[in-house]
Design a protein around this ligand. Sequence first.
Ligand code: FES
Ligand code: FES
Length: 166
Amino acid sequence: MTTVSLTVNGKAVSANVDPRTLLVQLLRENLRLTGTHVGCDTSQCGACVVHLDGKAVKSCTTLAVAVDGASVTTIEGLAHDGTLHPMQEAFREHHGLQCGFCTPGMIMAAVDMVNRRGHQLDEKTIREDLDGNICRCTGYHNIVKAIAAGAEAMGKGAAPVRQAAE
Ligand code: FES
Ligand code: FES
């Protein structure tokens, strides 16, 4: 077993893990943060997307030992003091989900998209950038609308995602 120490959603945590443990297992099984989902386990669907040092990664293909000392944000870390992150609010407002299974990964990927590509995102840009995230329910139309609205709302003053230990 190996000890992994990292910051998750602003809190310092550590866990003893098998060296083969994946980041998504560390989050779901050791830390009980079950908002991060596993849809395929082969880096296809994006249900497992989290932010690693501020950038989106697929946690189903990231080793837990590789994130020692890093800062991870999961879907549980986006809301602040009971207020949804603007991207979460936009998904709710525009009905960007049906079963919700893909939604945590979609939202984490969407926030990363805004961080990389800015607050004015057209439909083509969103659809292209979202190619690593699969939804089996919605047909994507409302997801695209939600991301465009969430991106704009983030530009009007979203709280930054926490990175440092509290
Ligand atoms: S579970 Fe990670 S990409 Fe599907
Ligand atoms: S809302 Fe069901 S998989 Fe996307």
